[in-house]
Design a protein around this ligand. Structure first.
Ligand SMILES: [Zn+2]
Length: 225
């Protein structure tokens, strides 16, 4: 199973934010229950083991991933993937509904590099986080391909995985992601069938109690998504 997180910090109690202590509790539980921590690369290679393997993913590229999730990731020697909104990384831009320049900024490239050297993978979450299904073909292609190139240029490593903003995609978009050279793409709360460009994820949100977290894992284990 692939778990989808956004923000990890002790500051907010909102849907996108999971408290660091709760995040560590999730990891401990998964390991205690015998789930095997894998990278997204290993996850796709062992897709038939997807109910036993787990991969942690983070969307958007918030700086708090570096400040609060990264120490926990290192402590448990995990290899998660962070999907970067390419043109927001290293800028002063703040996400919608957040206003604090220190707390709410996106990652800096040097933080990305430091995590890269500690075994963290990166993927693309487009250039500017649009709903791809509303764009014309040329703009959607640009978001999909140029974000890959841009991140590759900045980190000096191949970008192989993609994450659809808002989970919004269709057959045309999936085809473009494939043609751009990605090996796979993830979707939170997938309704259709599973394939490499529709890899299901479990969305973990700030308002989810630990019991809900356990139920989500159980559901993913039983239904495979
Ligand atoms: Zn996003």
């Amino acid at each position: 199973m692939i778990l989808a997180y956004h923000r990890i910090n002790p500051w907010y109690k909102d849907a996108l934010t999971v408290d660091p202590e709760m995040f560590e509790k999730h990891i401990k539980y998964l390991l205690e229950k015998g789930f095997k921590p894998v990278s997204l690369y290993q996850y796709v290679e062992e897709l038939n083991q997807r109910n036993k393997n787990f991969c942690i993913s983070f969307d958007d590229g918030f700086a708090d991933n570096f400040l609060f999730a990264f120490p926990i990731i290192k402590k448990y020697k995990l290899r998660p993937i962070i999907f970067l909104t390419a043109h927001f990384i290293g800028t002063e831009k703040l996400p919608k509904n957040y206003v604090d320049r220190k707390k709410d900024r996106y990652l800096r490239w040097k933080e990305v590099h430091e995590m890269l050297h500690s075994n963290i993978d990166f993927g693309s979450h487009t250039l500017t986080h649009p709903d791809l299904t509303t764009l014309d073909r040329k703009d959607a292609w640009n978001e999909i391909l140029e974000s890959k190139k841009f991140i590759q240029k900045n980190i000096g490593r191949k970008i192989d995985f993609f994450c659809y903003p808002y989970g919004k995609q269709n057959e045309k978009i999936r085809e473009m992601v494939k043609n751009a050279g990605y090996r796979g793409a993830v979707i939170t709360n997938l309704k259709g069938k599973i394939d490499l460009y529709s890899l299901p994820r479990i969305g973990i949100y700030g308002h989810n109690s630990f019991l809900i977290f356990k139920l989500k894992l159980w559901r993913a284990k039983v239904f495979g998504k």
